[in-house]
Design a protein around this ligand. Sequence first.
Ligand code: MN
Length: 255
Amino acid sequence: MKFPTLTSLAALLALAVASAQPRDQAVAALIDDLVTANHILASEGILDGYGHVSVRDPANPKHYFLSRSLAPGLVTAADIIEYDLDSNPAAGDDRTGYRERFIHGEIYKARPDVMAVVHDHSPAVIPFSVSSVPLRAVSHMAAFIGEGIPVFEIRDVDGMTDMLVSNPKRGRALATVLAKFPAALMRGHGAAVVGESVKVAVGRAIYLDLNARVQEQAMLLGGTVKYFEPEEARKTAPQDGFERAWDVWKRKAAK
Ligand code: MN
């Protein structure tokens, strides 16, 4: 017989605590964090009137939560819609959804590890989506991009379009380009950023934007730019899941 390790006992305990929490309380906490994520991303200038953030339901991983079509800074718990992974809303919910919700549904389908998705139009990352210069890790807070960031070219999927990932086919193609990476740039449009929690997805979206600005500044200096080596990135990337930053971003967003 195998004896349980301390780690597996801790995992069992966490599971017991989680299952002791009533379902409606768990959903309310999840939606509360999602509303906060909307406000943080607006307050940090990552989302403006457009873009969106979603969370997968851990108790029902074939569903996710996303606001109705609304500017992220204005989102409240009452605006959140529950979607299945085909991005159809729960029965009876006829409120207008974001046209690009397929970004979320198709990524959740392709990436069981992903629990939250941010889609933004960060002006700092767009240059790297249209230039031959790749976005690479230069800031230690963005070491998660140490293995590079793919660029999604919507022309490869549907030729001349309105640039919107507004159907399942385009969403699937984006998820394929994203593959195992923490983010994908979308040419001439923005980015899709993922994480194992809503805090990680939000933190990554913020530091992806910061890294893009820092890299551009470094390149403008005109010398040779030193990027993170993959090994440095691997050693740097595991941080605290942005827990400490989340609290201060949340307070700032609430002001
Ligand atoms: Mn968009």
